[in-house]
Design a protein around this ligand. Structure first.
Ligand code: G3I
Length: 409
């Protein structure tokens, strides 16, 4: 039994006495009619005034300081008023929704900037923080591109996901494979320390190491593995942690979204690192997917990582389509975007959901996967595709925290 009282249970209220209606003509109350007429006119005026105010608000008519209305030309409503709900508005507060961002797009394209700022609450620099770009010559840093992205994020109340302290393909050419292990360790340590220190407190998470595993799950055969041995991974995490103890430190890879052999190996690697006290806080699942594939048991896979005590994150999601693009392929693409979001939302340890660029105009896919394209959630003209609609729909299905049906939006 709840504490609520139903209408039937309440004591019935005695009906109020009904006054007889006044006769239409020659009534003693006829003297009140002029007052009623005045009241009626006043009421009409109030209604008209209210309607006018409503119209003025709807069409964005602003008042001048002299309180005179501007000519009744509908103006473009302020973006904050007219903007339809965006991904960042609907995503639960425990999950960041991000996009990789490209400095050139930001510099040249106002539409790109507008969407990047309004749809997402996190940004991953697509290339600007890669070692070869940050440190083109030994000890000579070019921070401008990375600073620009971090500044943009701060202006738009967004978090920055740093990518990446060590990538497979982005080591500067001046790093000489002939150097001794001590020399190589020193340049790697100095690089990690310089970059993480510069953005201390401004980057919420770092991909400390990207693509450390080969396809079969063995440690990738790199200069670092050969010269420094497998311990270089743990060392990188410790250097990064020393430079910014507040940053969340991730290991990030591809081909690990479903239950694959490589995912099994990554799980064991993270388990070992944690057992050894290495400050690994999270695992990033890149999620570069093809429209006609499905990761096997993604939810179960994310959960087994979460059980190690780490966060998990979707870090680079895109879904490439075999060209030509058709409506049917776009729908399957949308279903896959939705599935990955569902997996993230089903696992409480999932702290972010990031797409690898949001517009087909600037995706890496056509350059790297000939015959494929159209991988993003907005088309090249920045129009939302079915994939964006599917993500929004999925977010609208989240029950509100009060249990009163779907949440915001
Ligand atoms: O900016 C130069 C331009 O000046 C020059 O004319 C042109 C000629 O090739 O190159 C341009 O730079 C390219 C850059 O993308 C910007 O478009 C580089 O050559 C090209 O190698 C670089 O590719 C990036 C790739 O990583 C390699 O770093 C992609 O944009 C980027 O999306 C991709 O991102 C990776 C993640 O870091 C790790 N996970 C996989 C993901 C996709 O490959």
């Amino acid at each position: 039994m709840t504490g609520r009282v139903s209408m039937q249970e309440r004591e019935p209220t005695p009906p109020a006495p009904v006054a007889p209606l006044p006769p239409a003509v020659a009534s003693p109350t006829a003297a009140r009619r002029p007052r009623r007429a005045v009241l009626a006119v006043a009421l009409v005026l109030v209604v008209v005034a209210l309607l006018a105010t409503g119209l003025a608000v709807a069409y964005g008519i602003e008042r001048t300081s002299g309180d005179r209305a501007q000519p009744a030309v509908p103006t473009v409503p302020a973006p904050t008023v007219s903007r339809p709900p965006a991904l960042r508005d609907l995503m639960p507060p425990t999950v960041r929704v991000g996009s990789a961002a490209d400095g050139r797009g930001m510099s040249l394209d106002a539409g790109y900037r507008e969407l990047l700022g309004s749809e997402f609450d996190a940004i991953t620099p697509e290339n600007a923080m890669k070692w070869a770009n940050l440190e083109p010559s030994p000890d000579v840093y070019t921070w401008a591109g990375a600073d620009q992205l971090v500044g943009f994020a701060e202006q738009h109340d967004q978090s920055v996901y740093g990518h990446t302290l060590l990538g497979r393909t982005d080591v500067p050419r001046w790093v000489d494979p002939q150097w001794s292990a001590d020399q190589l360790r020193a340049v790697l340590r100095d690089h990690v320390t310089a970059v993480v220190s510069r953005y201390r407190g401004r980057v919420w998470a770092w991909d400390v190491i990207n693509e450390a595993l080969d396809e079969d799950g063995s440690l990738r055969d790199t200069l670092w593995l050969r010269k420094l041995g497998p311990g270089y991974i743990g060392e990188m995490f410790r250097w990064a942690h020393a430079a910014d103890p507040g940053a969340r430190l991730f290991i990030n890879d591809y081909g690990v979204e479903g239950r694959t052999r490589k995912a099994d190996a990554l799980l064991e690697l993270v388990r070992e690192l944690r057992r050894a006290g290495v400050p690994v806080d999270g695992v990033g699942f890149q999620s570069h997917l093809r429209w006609d594939e499905r990761p096997r048991d993604m939810v179960g896979n994310l959960r087994r990582f979460a059980k190690l005590g780490v966060s998990v994150a979707i870090t680079e999601l895109d879904v490439r389509i075999a060209l030509p693009e058709t409506a049917a392929k776009r729908e399957r693409q949308a279903a896959l975007y939705r599935q990955v979001l569902q997996a993230c939302l089903a696992v409480p340890a999932c702290v972010s959901f990031t797409v690898w660029g949001f517009t087909d105009a600037r995706s890496w896919i056509p350059g790297y996967h000939p015959g494929y394209g159209a991988a993003c959630i907005f088309d090249a003209a920045l129009v939302p595709k079915p994939a964006h609609v599917a993500l929004m729909d999925q977010l609208r299905r989240i029950p509100s925290p009060t249990g009163a049906g779907p949440g915001p939006g």
